[in-house]
Every structure is written in structure tokens, then in C-alpha cells.
Design a protein around this ligand. Structure first.
Ligand SMILES: [Zn+2]
Ligand SMILES: [Zn+2]
Length: 99
């Protein structure tokens, strides 16, 4: 698999460009411009194309490593964090629940 720009923080699926927006197709969620810019600055260019699909059950995942994030929303593998983005993500980016 070629590396995606980012993995979806909600379900760890590879995100795709739909038009201009970076989108989780499964979750029917597109990132806002602002959030996309921040996430790409932090995680872009190092998303791992070979990262395995993680087990379900975590609330949020690392957009680069696909690793489930703990309560502090910081990735144990790459030290990237989305802690400060939690509100923006959850309030403004409704994500369809996977079945
Ligand atoms: Zn998703
Ligand atoms: Zn990470």
C-alpha cells in the first residue's frame, strides 16, 4: 500500500483526497482546512504505508502510525499529540460509526 497523507484519527483508515478535502470515506468525515493544515504539519509525510490495521476500541488513533492513543492522546511510537485538537476534532468533525 502506498502511504496515505494521514490516517483517520477516529478509525485509522487511510484518508483520501476527495476534491480538495482530506476525507475519511468510511466515516464520511472531511477535515476542515485548519485542522488539515495542523495535522499535516505534525504528521504529514511520515504516515506509514505498512502500518497494520489496529484493533478497534480506541477512541482516537495516531494519524501517522495508526497506533491507538491513550488517554493523553499522545502517540507512544512517535510522540505526536492531538491532545490540543480534541475539542476541534470531536465537536466539528462528526464521524460515522463503523458498523
Ligand atoms: Zn475514519
Ligand atoms: Zn504516532
Amino acid at each position: 500500500m502506498t502511504a496515505p497523507e494521514l490516517f483517520c484519527p477516529f478509525c485509522a483508515a487511510p484518508m483520501q483526497r476527495v476534491g480538495r478535502e482530506l476525507t475519511c470515506v468510511i466515516g464520511e468525515m472531511s477535515l476542515s482546512r485548519r485542522l488539515e493544515t495542523i495535522l499535516l504539519e505534525r504528521f504529514g509525510g511520515r504516515a506509514r504505508g505498512d502500518a497494520p490495521q489496529p484493533a478497534r476500541g480506541a477512541a482516537l488513533y495516531c494519524p501517522a502510525c495508526r497506533a491507538p492513543l491513550g488517554e493523553d492522546l499522545t502517540c507512544a511510537a512517535c510522540a505526536g499529540t492531538i491532545r490540543d485538537l480534541r475539542f476541534q476534532l470531536i465537536e466539528f468533525h462528526p464521524h460515522r460509526q463503523p458498523e
